[in-house]
Design a protein around this ligand. Structure first.
Ligand SMILES: [Mn+2]
Length: 247
């Protein structure tokens, strides 16, 4: 069986909705397609507050994909003073953190994209820069807008098999203090951390600040390889688990 990848939904207020409840639990199709193309079975997990329920759902998964979304509530990383966070959804933030905690407990691989990377950093004690407008590109999301340099030998570097990538950029926040136990493995030309990995690789937790799910639509090989490496890792874990159950 192909690995089952849980994708955390966001809350979306549908401004066109006139009759039914306008609050929807949504995942952009690009993430779903990217997981499918990489050989995984995508499953959307609705936002929920019950930590035990999140853990019970995670038991049925082989990996978790955390996607882009609104800013993380600065309270969660003990930010003092003025902050530039836009609209925050505390329920979504807690849901992301609960999923990361469940993944850690169950040894499930996690791939975080944009807010997903930031959630990994915050979950393990890191902080975020409040506002970096230079990383919000004007051009279409399918076009790269800046270069990143990858650390040789890192999971991300190995997955894409390159030392430099041209990436898109749609984040006005970024990692400030890196969480203990994590390593920065990609940097923008201005030094902004563009990818991170947990040093303890059981389970693997990797985050990228750009949007490979969008570049993958353009047949961007590096973006596709990132998803393939993640799904493969989730599949290996499933294989290990079934080996154990046969013992
Ligand atoms: Mn960027």
């Amino acid at each position: 069986m192909r690995p089952i990848i849980g994708i955390a939904a966001n809350l979306l207020v549908d401004k066109c909705e006139r009759v039914k409840n306008p609050v929807k639990h949504a995942v952009e199709q690009d993430y779903i397609r990217a997981v499918e193309q990489a050989g995984g079975i995508p499953v959307v997990i609705p936002v929920q507050a019950d930590r035990q329920a999140v853990l019970d759902i995670a038991r049925h998964l082989d990996g978790i994909l955390l996607i882009g979304g609104s800013d993380i509530n600065p309270v969660l990383y003990r930010h003092r003073g003025p902050h530039a966070a836009g609209q925050v959804y505390p329920l979504v933030d807690q849901f992301y953190l609960d999923l990361i905690q469940a993944a850690d407990a169950l040894k499930l691989p996690v791939f975080g994209i944009c807010k997903g990377l930031q959630a990994l950093n915050v979950a393990f004690g890191g902080t975020l820069h409040q506002d970096l407008p230079a990383h919000v590109q004007d051009r279409p999301m399918m076009q790269p807008s800046h270069r990143v340099t990858l650390k040789e030998g890192s999971l991300v570097g190995n997955a894409v098999d390159a030392s430099v990538l041209e990436v898109n950029s749609f984040h006005h926040q970024a990692v400030k203090d890196l969480a203990p136990g994590f390593e920065a493995v990609a940097f923008g030309e201005d030094g902004v951390i563009e990818a991170l990995e947990r040093q303890d690789q059981d389970p693997v937790m990797v985050g990228v600040q750009w949007h490979p799910e969008i570049l993958a639509k353009q047949r961007d090989e590096a973006s596709r390889r990132l998803f393939e490496a993640f799904v493969r890792r989730c599949g290996n874990r499933r294989q290990d688990a079934s080996d154990l159950s046969e013992m």
